[in-house]
Design a binder for this molecule. Structure first.
Ligand SMILES: *[C@@H]1O[C@H](CO)[C@@H](O)[C@H](O)[C@H]1NC(C)=O
Ligand SMILES: *[C@@H]1O[C@H](CO)[C@@H](O)[C@H](O)[C@H]1NC(C)=O
Length: 163
């Protein structure tokens, strides 16, 4: 009886673990930037890149990590590499605290953080594939990166009937 209970409990825990990682996207360390890879990155509807981002639409990205130190002023920063060209991708957020969903700012050292950003793909973009490096930078430390991930993105037109 006790054994059955224990096995059931272990099975339950295993299911929780599986459910927990099911949304994680497979991403890489940054090569241009030197921020730490977050513990988990979740790009909406994408487990295995290339991830599809729709032109003229928002694509939601979540980073889960532990704050490396006390953090008061930090911001997102993105670089796109396409067709041999590297460009800073314009983001509309100066204060990344606006994207921290699980705790108020400032961040304490080693605090668990969930940060979500909705990236808008400008209508000027053609249907290309690109490499995105998305980072969080510490504005109080010369914009030094502290978290960064790299992922392949495929830009597509919105499916007919939506948008
Ligand atoms: C990243 O590079 C900056 C200088 O460009 C350096 O100050 C910083 O310590 C580096 N960070 C890591 C995590 O290596
Ligand atoms: C994208 O998100 C921004 C900020 O949340 C919002 O203002 C904008 O209307 C959204 N754009 C589209 C096309 O959904």
């Amino acid at each position: 009886m006790e054994t059955t209970k224990n096995s059931t409990f272990v099975l339950f825990l295993s299911i929780l673990v599986v459910l927990n990682v099911v949304n994680a996207t497979v991403v890489d360390h940054c090569l241009l930037g030197n921020g730490t890879l977050p513990d988990q990155v979740e790009l909406a509807n994408c487990l295995t890149p290339p991830c599809i981002f729709y032109i003229s639409a928002n694509s939601s990205m979540t980073m889960k990590f532990r704050s490396p130190r006390y953090m008061e002023n930090f911001a997102p920063s993105a670089v796109a590499l396409a067709m041999g060209i590297t460009v800073n991708y314009p983001l509309d957020q100066d204060d990344a605290c606006d994207g921290v969903t699980n705790t108020p700012c400032p961040l304490a050292e080693n605090e668990y953080i969930e940060y979500t950003y909705s990236m808008y793909i400008l209508p000027i973009f053609p249907k290309i594939s690109l490499t995105l490096e998305f980072a969080l930078v510490d504005k109080d430390q010369n914009n030094e990166q502290f978290e960064c991930f790299r992922v392949e993105i495929q830009l597509e037109d919105l499916p007919n009937g939506s948008g």
